[in-house]
Design a binder for this molecule. Structure first.
Ligand code: ZN
Length: 560
């Protein structure tokens, strides 16, 4: 090393030292609240598409004041809600945190397992005689009990490490329209509350509490959801101001029992089986979540002392609306614009109670969203719908014809195909060979892009999507063959859900990442970054070691 190089290295070491020291000092004295906002299903380009109609104080505040990453992509294949949220919370991949899908097949029990279901921790009832609402969420529908806990999450979260660092003095909460989104972000040590599509109440389980805290009990007693009885979801602004004004009445949107395909969408009367669900598929559920969060911030006194607290709010309405009406609908544009107002209201409240200067705001999403197959076909890109039976039948045919095994498929739930290991062993066959034969045959089906067995062949290694599938693999939870549809193809049982996310393709992996906080200089960058970077960045900002499995890298723009 010559003298110049030595001097440069010395300056670099000194500069790194100063930078690291200042990041630590800043966070310890200034940050009183980490507010992590996740917008379920907010594909990153939607913020761009609707930007001109954003008002002051909501998204515009974040876009103007923050470091905005316009090119952030998930690196796992199964872009679903629990997978994305847990990745954000832990900074690592499903292969490590274990949340490989909203649902997986439990080989030992011989039944489907809903990600955060835990019969040992039942729901705490909020009222007597709860009538069961009609469940339309296709994965939640598969859970057997209403018990919930983070026990199945195999890595620690940011909130877990925050608790450890401050010796349990940080107050930690996760709230959401969805159980899985609240639970994943609250981690193992925080408290979680979520919206009940049975009652419209905000509920929790015995994992977190023996009974509801007084303020939560009072909030639920007010039955805030019922004030929308007999009302309807109406457009926020004049219809002509919407970019997608002509995308309201489309034959392929879902008409959910009287909710209709066009504005206004009537909620029906409180007490109706689908009433809380209809509120959920509208801007109302985000508004109820905000109202509840304000009470939480007030009564739990978040951000009132020098120990940083953590609040995760995961807004679910954009995703719900996407599933029923598609991301290129008038409904989508309106739900995002109404969320913009909800966020403005939230930030105003935070400023009043904690102070925005003392709050680190982090915004992202758990996955993006595909446009509807029929919409894409209408535009000229012909795609269709695949039924799970087609995959099961095609795989069984290979089992029968090539290996003489009757019904070789034990279970299929997208994206994983589970084979009957006992039958294969009994036939004295090498399972890897059976898997490879089925996978090869499946890719011949129209609509299937990739079928990847556990033992990936060299020829498949050249495909980058195969690496996304690898990061999604957990030995006891993942299936034997991963099935990925071709872009924009739909792969799920037919039902009220009209369109899906969950693919390894860019419309599903692309999410916003925005950081806003004191001493963070506004900047927009198209540098490729990943949601696994979010938690290491927050940890670094607070001078803490990242969570146990974290694989991401702190985003340098936050510290410049
Ligand atoms: Zn989601």
């Amino acid at each position: 090393m010559n003298r110049e190089k030595k001097l440069f290295a010395l300056i670099l070491i000194l500069a790194m030292h100063v930078y690291h020291g200042s990041a630590q000092a800043q966070s310890k004295s200034d940050t009183r609240l980490v507010l992590q906002i996740t917008i379920d299903g907010l594909r990153a380009d939607l913020l761009d598409r609707y930007q001109k109609n954003f008002d002051k104080g909501g998204f515009r505040y974040l876009l103007d004041k923050g470091v905005v990453y316009t090119n952030a992509h998930y690196q796992h294949a199964n872009t679903e809600t629990i997978v994305g949220h847990t990745t954000l919370a832990t900074g690592t991949f499903p292969s490590i945190h274990g949340m490989v899908g909203n649902v997986w097949y439990d080989r030992e029990a011989g039944e489907l397992s809903y990600n955060i279901e835990d019969p040992k921790h039942p729901l705490i009832p909020t009222r007597e005689n709860i009538s069961k609402g009609e469940q339309v969420d296709p994965s939640q529908k598969l859970s057997r009990t209403q018990g919930r806990s983070p026990s199945a999450i195999l890595a620690t979260t940011f909130s877990d490490t925050l608790a450890a660092y401050y010796a349990g003095r940080s107050k930690i909460f996760g709230v959401s329209g969805k159980d899985r989104s609240a639970v994943a972000m609250a981690g193992h040590v925080g408290k979680a509350f979520w919206y009940s599509t049975n009652t419209g109440d905000m509920v929790t389980s015995t994992y977190y509490y023996k009974d509801y805290p007084k303020w939560a009990k009072q909030w639920n007693a007010q039955r805030k959801a019922e004030q929308y009885s007999g009302k309807a979801w109406k457009l926020l602004n004049d219809k002509s101001s919407y970019m997608l004004a002509d995308q309201d009445d489309r034959p392929y949107e879902t008409d959910l029992k009287g909710y209709g395909r066009v504005f206004p969408h009537p909620f029906g009367e409180a007490g109706g089986k689908l009433f809380p669900t209809k509120l959920f598929i509208s801007p109302v559920s985000d508004k109820l979540l905000l109202d509840f969060s304000k009470q939480l911030i007030k009564h739990e006194q978040l951000g009132q002392d020098n120990v940083p607290d953590y609040l995760s709010i995961s807004f679910s309405a954009v995703d719900a609306v996407n599933h029923f009406f598609g991301p290129s609908s008038l409904e989508n544009e309106d739900v995002v614009l109404q969320l913009d107002r909800t966020l403005a209201d939230l930030f105003k409240y935070i400023d009043k109670t904690v102070g925005l200067k003392k709050t680190l705001i982090v915004l992202s999403a758990d996955h993006g969203m595909a446009d509807m197959p029929e919409y894409m076909t209408e535009l000229g890109y012909k795609v269709g719908r695949l039924k799970p039976e087609q995959i099961i039948n095609a795989a069984n045919e290979v089992g029968k014809k090539q290996f003489g095994i009757d019904k070789v498929v034990r279970f299929f739930f997208r994206p994983y195909l589970y084979l009957d290991e006992k039958k294969i062993a009994k036939a004295k066959l090498d399972q890897a060979i059976v898997e490879q034969a089925i996978a090869t045959k499946l890719t011949e089906n129209e609509g299937i892009a990739l079928a990847v067995p556990r033992e990936i062949s060299l020829s498949q290694f050249s495909n980058p999507a195969v690496h996304q599938i690898k990061r999604n693999y957990h030995p006891s939870r993942s299936g034997d063959i991963y099935v990925a549809q071709q872009p924009y193809w739909f792969l799920l049982e037919s039902g009220p859900i009209a369109v899906m996310h969950g693919s390894p393709w860019r419309y599903d992996t692309h999410v916003p990442i925005i950081f806003v906080g004191n001493k963070i200089k506004a900047k927009k960058t198209s540098r490729l970054v990943h949601p696994v970077d979010v938690t290491p960045t927050i940890s670094n900002f607070l001078g803490m070691t990242p969570p146990s499995g974290a694989q991401g890298i702190p985003l340098t723009e936050i510290f410049q």
